[in-house]
Design a protein around this ligand. Structure first.
Ligand code: ZN
Length: 184
């Protein structure tokens, strides 16, 4: 069976003036197709599946923070990568979620075509919906290849986005506690 995505990559190589039959490119369409499927595998997942069986009842009230979750995503405007890290915090309300699941949630939304602003919101609202905590905070710091390597060529700039919900939004001290924890 021919892989339609691989065939499209082959056409793309021709379109940019390459010879898809030269040795170095012979397997590139298949490899590129696999890579793109990997970069977009988040479309095959949803929140309930990712968080499956990992929500626990627990009377723990203090802030939970997971820092430096690596993320790799694709900018939906240029189809080139943006990458960086996410920091996620929440205030439990009788339920907690396995820490690795928070990383998997970041992963799932990252592996789709994204803009950083929406990615930040989607992670926050997914966690809010799943365990209904007293609040959620998400910060993402990322570098965008579309910005670094073309156009304005600001190679060292990164973009920071945040989404704060519930007590993180209402309570300044809570919000500052979170930002202090993730900044160090
Ligand atoms: Zn872009």
């Amino acid at each position: 069976m021919t892989d339609r995505l691989a065939e499209l990559y082959r056409q793309l190589l021709i379109e940019i003036g390459e010879d898809p039959d030269r040795e170095g490119l012979a397997k590139t369409p298949e490899r590129a197709a696999r890579a793109l499927r990997d970069f977009t595998r988040g479309y095959q997942q949803d929140v309930p599946t990712v968080l499956n069986q990992a929500i626990f009842s627990e009377q723990f009230e203090d802030m939970v923070v997971v820092r430096n979750i690596e993320l790799y995503s694709l900018c939906e405007h240029h189809l080139v990568p943006f990458f960086g890290s996410a920091h996620v915090g929440y205030l439990p309300n009788g339920r907690i979620v396995g820490l690795s699941k928070i990383a998997r949630l970041v992963e799932m939304f990252s592996r789709r075509l994204q803009v950083q602003e929406r990615l930040t919101h989607e992670i926050a609202h997914a966690l809010q919906g799943a365990i209904e905590p007293r609040g959620v905070a998400v910060v993402i710091e990322a570098k965008h290849l579309c910005m670094m390597s073309r156009g304005v060529e600001k190679q060292h700039s990164s973009m920071i986005t945040s989404c704060v919900l519930g007590e993180f939004r209402e309570n300044r001290a809570t919000r500052e506690e979170f930002f202090n924890l993730v900044r160090r």
